[in-house]
Design a protein around this ligand. Sequence first.
Ligand SMILES: Cc1cc2nc3c(=O)[nH]c(=O)nc-3n(C[C@H](O)[C@H](O)[C@H](O)COP(=O)(O)OP(=O)(O)OC[C@H]3O[C@@H](n4cnc5c(N)ncnc54)[C@H](O)[C@@H]3O)c2cc1C
Length: 467
Amino acid sequence: MLTDKEVLAALSGILKPEQVLWSAASMRAYDCDAYPVAHAKPQAVAIPETTEEVAKIVRWCVENEIPYVARGAGTGLSGGAIAALGGIVISTKRMTRILEIDIPNRRLKAQSGAVNRNLSQAVASHGLHFAPDPSSQSVSTLGGNIAENSGGPHTLKYGVTAQHILGVTLVTPEGEVVQFQSGVPGYDFVGLIVGSEGTLGIVTEAWVKLIPLPSTVRTALVAFANVRTAVKAVSNIIAAGVTPAALEMIDKGILHALKAAFGLTYHPDAQAVLLIECDGDPASVDREMTEALAICSDALEINVAETETERLRLWTARKKGIGAMGRLAPSIVTHDGVIPRSKLPETLDFIYTLADKKGLNVANIFHAGDGNLHPCFYFDDRDPQQLRSVGEAGEEILRHCVAAGGSITGEHGVGVEKMEFMRVMYSAESLAAQAAAKRIFNSGSLCNPCKVLPDQLGCIELKRGTP
Ligand SMILES: Cc1cc2nc3c(=O)[nH]c(=O)nc-3n(C[C@H](O)[C@H](O)[C@H](O)COP(=O)(O)OP(=O)(O)OC[C@H]3O[C@@H](n4cnc5c(N)ncnc54)[C@H](O)[C@@H]3O)c2cc1C
């Protein structure tokens, strides 16, 4: 095992000294992501600028048997970017360049540290955009989006990140540089790498698909007197054959947080609001929005944006909802599960009752059209009892989702948080097949250990829950 001094000296030889962080304050800053209950301090943080620099660091880690993990903006919600067994965090924060814009072929190549929103901004004047839009898009990176196969409010119509990645440059867990393309003969390794949570290597560059911006967008915020009516409207809208571009639900807890944080007010009797957005050509937008709003006939209030400024104001509730919760408690754990949309009413009832039973505060803001729940528990993580209860509540919710025919994660990944819960979703044979697929790229335990698959060497202390 190398000492901190030896690690620092070696990394400063590979990179410039200012590309290596090692102070106690920096290690504290990098010891967790946006899943605030899992912490692990790295030995150092390397900040490469090119694929070749990433490859050199990885090769050095392999030679010296030091674990390493890629990190983008650290907004992941399942502990995926923590250095679970110590070692080196390889940050892509200086790999932010857009390398090529190919308008005729509607594609763009960028380094993996490029911020999601910057990709769309770079091609907006050509009437194009990169469709995946996680709510963290003002900071989260292309590499993080690829690793987590991120979704977002517009996933309902445009799909998740996997549908928008054309090719990647990958530094393999051994430090070789390889390139993969999707839609070409041979095995689809792009499909395997997207969503692999940084366990199959480090993506350094990617080609992404660009799609036209819709000519018309209409947005409405609809207030309901109770959550059940709101979520029933969601399943009725989809059942009627309307596919809005976005169909999001925000409950009273979040509305309360928005008032506390930003002074935003909504209908005083609203227990839930739905944000409905339709886009496309003017005629289909009119038809879809009319149908969707007709289904919301028992709403308390319907606000349809007349201007772009009003539209952005309606979106504030969704975009700032989780941030606003910072006012309510020192810590937030945002759980992530999927259920069939028809099970939304009973599952929401289950979540509120569970929180009451455990004496916890919960608020919900989620991609209702996809059945992708995000119960946010806000609490004081200095209180061990609250911490335990939040973990237990999360486990019960995940079991409920799987029993309802859904999944343990919709878009936040497995990370360290849900490794053990992979057993709830998959048979032993299925997990063994996934482990075999991982070994094609990652035959050791250095590249992002203790993530995704259970039963990894040295990861016992990171186990959560016992399915
Ligand atoms: C307020 C808020 C809202 C959010 N909303 C959404 C949402 O709507 N939809 C959604 O899907 N997610 C959402 N998230 C979760 C998170 O933003 C996404 O998972 C995002 O894609 C993570 O990107 P990042 O750059 O922060 O990655 P990080 O958190 O730094 O890393 C996440 C994982 O990706 C790996 N990784 C990072 N870069 C690379 C790379 N170059 N190569 C290989 N692996 C890499 C890491 O090792 C880690 O396992 C939200 C998070 C927050 C805090």
